[in-house]
Design a protein around this ligand. Structure first.
Ligand SMILES: [Zn+2]
Length: 464
């Protein structure tokens, strides 16, 4: 009997379909386990351990893949990425393609929509991304100008769900108002009782609703506590009338979503907008299993972050957008407000806060290596040097923690026995290379549900 048996349930199981060995495998679980080999059977991780332990499990039909020192991470989960819009616009990115026209029709018929989704899947597979949240699809955008966010897009996702063509798992937030625009209480309330398409929730899950509560600070449309340079305090997009009426509508939407058992995800950039979400959820007794969260949180305060952790309200932030729009804020905000904006150090340092990093692509790049490196640079710039432990924590903010936000930590987000085999193979270990060199590390292969969907040398996935 071996002194240290590998963690495996393989004794009762058939031989693995696939074995990866000879690498540096970061499980990014809570204990930050590191192994050199893992076994996969029927799309699930069946064992983790040393090369010797795992290769001993091989049967005649097992495919053995020598990683030759390459590094494996759990598949990346981008918690805020407009997949259909990205697929339709790529390679254009809003903040990086000046002069591009971002208005006008992009998608018209079912073939267009399917093509855009598949283009998104292919792009994400090449980046090692195996899950994402599509933040806002639904009837609110049925007459939308781009055609990227309406109910027929939801139908296109549902048609692809669980088919071999789907190479990234999708979590989708329903949208009952305009994207980046107005919403009404009657439409929101009616939307909550709309049926959701039947799909395997591991491939297409629709746990909640998006509320577009406010705008963005540079345009003075974020609702703020301390006035902008021009004396205004921003606005809310929820409902009509004066700010207090709009605030009442916003609060009502949060309460309705919560009562309907929906995860409530709020576009909230101003501190007042965050405050209303937070105080409402506090009054409801906390987010509990619904795991409500704020998106962006540009002007969130340290005091709010601590309360968010306590109330179970998460936060998804976009370090690349922060880096690219910081100066743009100077025309609207006071210097002391700008100094406190995008408090990545406070977010990172708030114990118990469910905080994730994301792209908001195609607003900014979907390349998670740049997102993580940008966040690391921001921490470093605020006097928090990023070593192995901090970089591991940042990588968990794009793997394990988004899985928690998805309510899916029991089966995805880390490399552990009985979780799905969603992973990416990198040319180098980011923890060895350091965050400065992370953007240059190549994504060699991407696996979803035990199937390789991208191989850099072949520059193609396995045929669906
Ligand atoms: Zn967005």
């Amino acid at each position: 009997m071996p002194a240290f048996p590998p963690s495996t349930d393989a004794e009762q199981s058939p031989a693995p379909d696939t074995i990866l060995y000879g690498g540096t495998i970061h499980c990014l679980d809570a204990g930050l386990r590191q192994v050199s080999a893992l076994a996969i059977g029927s799309g699930t991780i069946t064992a983790l351990g040393t090369d010797e332990e795992i290769l001993a499990l091989a049967g005649p039909g097992s495919r053995r893949i020598d990683l030759s020192g390459q590094c494996v991470l759990p598949g990346i989960n981008d918690s805020h990425l407009h997949g259909v819009w990205l697929g339709a616009r790529w390679p254009a990115l809003m903040l990086e393609s000046p002069g591009e026209d971002w208005h006008g029709r992009l998608l018209s018929g079912p073939e267009d929509r399917r093509r855009a989704i598949l283009a998104c899947f292919r792009l994400l597979a090449s980046l090692g991304i195996t899950s994402y949240t599509e933040p806002g699809i639904g009837p609110g955008e049925d007459a939308g100008e781009t055609g990227c966010f309406g109910s027929d897009v939801l139908a296109a996702y549902a048609a692809l769900a669980g088919t071999p063509a789907q190479t990234a798992r999708v979590t989708l937030l329903s949208l009952h108002g305009l994207l980046d625009g107005a919403s009404t209480l009657p439409a929101f309330e009616a939307g909550l009782s709309l049926p959701k398409p039947a799909a395997d929730p591991r491939w297409l899950s629709i746990p909640g609703v998006k509320i577009f509560a406010d705008g963005i600070p540079p345009l003075r449309t974020a609702w703020v506590e301390k006035p902008y340079l021009d004396g205004s305090v921003g606005t809310l997009f929820t409902g009509e009338g004066d700010l207090s009426e709009r605030a009442a509508t916003y609060e009502r939407m949060i309460r309705l979503g919560h009562a309907a058992g929906e995860q409530v995800a709020v576009h909230a950039t101003g501190d007042r907008t965050v405050e209303m979400l937070l105080s409402t959820v506090e009054a409801l007794g906390g987010a509990g299993r619904l795991r409500h969260y704020a998106i962006h949180g540009d002007l969130v305060t340290p005091e709010q972050l601590a309360r968010m952790a306590k109330a179970g309200v998460g936060l998804t932030v976009q370090p690349v957008i922060a880096a690219m729009t910081g100066e743009w804020m100077a025309g609207a905000l006071r210097p002391e407000q700008i100094a406190r904006a995008f408090p990545i150090d406070r977010i990172f340092g708030t114990t118990g806060l469910r905080a994730t990093l994301s792209s908001d692509a195609p607003v900014a790049t979907p390349d998670w290596r740049r997102i993580v490196a940008t966040a690391a640079g921001q921490l470093d710039g605020r006097g928090l040097p990023v070593g192995r432990a901090e970089l591991s924590a940042l990588l968990r903010m794009m793997t394990a923690i988004p899985a928690e936000q998805d309510g899916a930590e029991a089966w995805k987000g880390t490399l552990e026995v009985a979780k799905v085999a969603d992973l990416c193979v990198l040319s180098q270990d980011p923890l060895e290379a350091g965050w400065q060199r992370l953007p240059e590390i190549a994504v060699e292969r991407t696996m979803v549900d035990g199937r390789f969907v991208y191989d850099r040398t072949a520059a193609t996935g396995e045929a669906p």
